[in-house]
Design a protein around this ligand. Structure first.
Ligand code: ADP
Ligand code: AMP
Length: 217
C-alpha cells in the first residue's frame, strides 16, 4: 500500500506512522527525519535544510522532491510505503503523482490527522525525542517512567530546536498557507480520508487502521 499521512506539525503523524507502517509492513519515510539525520551528519543537504528548519519554514520544493525521489528508488519502497511529512505543498504533491506514474503506480490513500491548533501547540511544546533510538515522547501525554530518559533504549531525551514557541507559530502559518491546500488536492482525487486525531494514541491508531480497512474493503 502507498500511503501519505498529512496533518499539522504535532498532529501525531510520526507517532501514528510507526504503528501504521508496522501494521502494513511497509517502510515509514519521514522527510523531517531524513533532513534531521543530514543535519546531524553535516552533509551539504543538511547544511542547506537547517537554515529553513531552524526558522520553521519549509525546505524548498526542488531539494525536498529530489530527496524523496532518491528514497523512493530504494528497494524497500518498491512494494509500498508510508510517507510522513511529504508532500507538504501542492507542487510536491504534483511531483509525487508524476514520480509514481513514471514508476507505473499511484498513491492509494491519504490519511489526514485532524486536530486543532491549541492541541497542536500543547503537543509540540511538550514533545521530547530520544537521542539514541529517535522514539518520540511527551512530557505530559506520553511520559517516560524516568524524566529525560527513554524507556525503550535508556538514552537521553532532547527538545527539538523547532519546537520553541516562536518557531511553532511560523510552522503553523506555513501549514495553513502551503500544506492545508493538499486537503482539497487529494479530496479532488477521492483519495483523502480524515480521522479525528484527538484522544489517546491507541484510539487514534484504531481509527487510522479502520480507515485503511474500509478503503481496502
Ligand atoms: P508530528 O509527527 O505530526 O509532528 P508527533 O508524532 O511527533 O507529531 O507528535 C507530537 C507530540 O504529541 C509528541 O510529543 C507525541 O508524543 C504527542 N502525541 C502524539 N499523539 C498524541 C495523542 N494522541 N495524544 C496526546 N499526545 C500525542
Ligand atoms: P517534521 O519533522 O515533519 O516536523 O519536519 C521538520 C522540518 O523539516 C519542517 O519544519 C521543514 O523545515 C522540514 N521539512 C520536512 N518535510 C518537509 C517537506 N515535505 N517540505 C519542506 N520542508 C520539509
Amino acid at each position: 500500500m502507498r500511503l501519505v499521512l498529512v496533518g499539522p506539525p504535532g498532529a501525531g503523524k510520526g507517532t501514528q506512522a510507526e504503528f501504521v507502517a508496522a501494521h502494513l509492513a511497509v517502510p515509514k519515510i519521514s522527510t523531517g527525519d531524513i533532513f534531521r539525520s543530514n543535519v546531524s551528519q553535516g552533509t551539504p543537504l543538511g547544511v542547506e535544510a537547517k537554515r529553513y528548519m531552524d526558522a520553521g519554514e519549509l525546505v524548498p520544493d526542488e531539494v525536498t522532491i529530489n530527496m524523496v525521489r532518491d528514497r523512493l528508488a530504494e528497494p524497500d519502497a518498491g512494494a509500498g510505503f508510508l510517507l510522513d511529512g511529504f508532500p507538504r505543498t501542492t507542487p510536491q504533491a504534483a511531483a509525487l503523482d508524476k514520480l509514481l506514474v513514471d514508476l507505473g503506480t499511484a498513491l492509494d490513500l491519504v490519511l489526514e490527522l485532524v486536530v486543532d491548533d491549541d492541541e497542536v501547540v500543547r503537543r509540540l511544546s511538550g514533545r521530547r525525542t530520544c537521542r539514541g533510538c529517535g522514539k518520540v515522547w511527551h512530557v505530559e501525554f506520553d511520559a517516560p517512567s524516568q524524566e529525560g530518559r527513554c524507556d525503550r533504549c535508556g538514552a537521553e531525551l532532547f527538545q527539538r530546536d523547532d519546537d520553541k514557541p516562536e518557531t511553532i507559530a511560523t510552522r503553523l502559518r506555513e501549514y495553513a498557507d502551503k500544506t492545508a491546500p493538499l486537503v482539497d488536492f487529494y479530496g479532488a482525487q477521492s483519495k483523502l480520508v480524515g480521522i479525528d486525531a484527538t484522544g489517546p494514541v491507541e484510539d487514534v491508531t484504531v481509527r487510522a487502521i479502520d480507515a485503511l480497512r474500509s478503503y481496502s474493503g
